[in-house]
Design a protein around this ligand. Structure first.
Ligand code: SF4
Length: 81
């Protein structure tokens, strides 16, 4: 199994050790992805809780150039606002 960044918060999305630190995912979904600048990789700092965040996390996963973002398929709790 691929190593997963320790900083990932538990939940649906996660970043694996394949991450090359290109910073695309925090640019797409800055609420949900953060950077470990010392180590040069990104991680999931907040699981999505709105439809907008879910859409952006999904978009980041699709765009990631090294397929480093995972999705375990669980349903997320969407806040109704
Ligand atoms: S898009 Fe992929 S490779 Fe780029 S920082 Fe995010 S997880 Fe890492």
């Amino acid at each position: 199994m691929r190593k997963i960044a320790a900083e990932n918060v538990p939940g649906k999305y996660y970043v694996t050790a394949r991450c090359i630190g290109c910073t695309i995912c925090p640019e797409i979904a800055p609420v949900n992805f953060s950077s470990n600048l010392d180590e040069g990789y990104e991680y999931v700092c907040k699981q999505p809780t709105t439809r907008q965040e879910e859409r952006l996390c999904s978009e980041a996963m699709e765009i990631c150039p090294v397929d480093a973002i995972g999705n375990d398929g669980t349903e997320i709790q969407i806040s109704v606002k």
